[in-house]
Design a binder for this molecule. Sequence first.
Ligand code: SF4
Length: 138
Amino acid sequence: MSDRRWYAPGLCFSCTQCGNCCTGESGAVWVTDQEVASIAEYLGCPVGEVRLMHTRLIGNRVSLAEYANGDCIFFDPQSRTCRIYPVRPRQCQSWPFWRSNLSSRHSWEKIQKKCPGVGQGPLVPIEQIEELARLIDL
Ligand code: SF4
């Protein structure tokens, strides 16, 4: 039987490193205890310090903190890169292949306005898309 998911043929994506997804309007970047521990290890500082200085509570969930302008606390404005890229949270790893963005072609096309990498570059096969979408339910 053929795969009925609208993105079954795969989707093109290639990050242009514009930094849009890490900057601008305020938003949550959900992190687990394990992710906080990985960040601490990567930065070579105590877990408690990362928790205190780089995360915040939103309701009863933990998010990375952000600067007053909405930029992610780990975004380096000089180099416009992520300071914790090798251990970035699942939310960042799986962008733009979140369930909410995959829910329809319209949703996918809508995020092109924010993310110029969507629709660019090589075709990402559905197996890889699903693997990334499974990382976190967003
Ligand atoms: S908005 Fe898209 S293209 Fe820009 S840095 Fe984020 S993932 Fe890459």
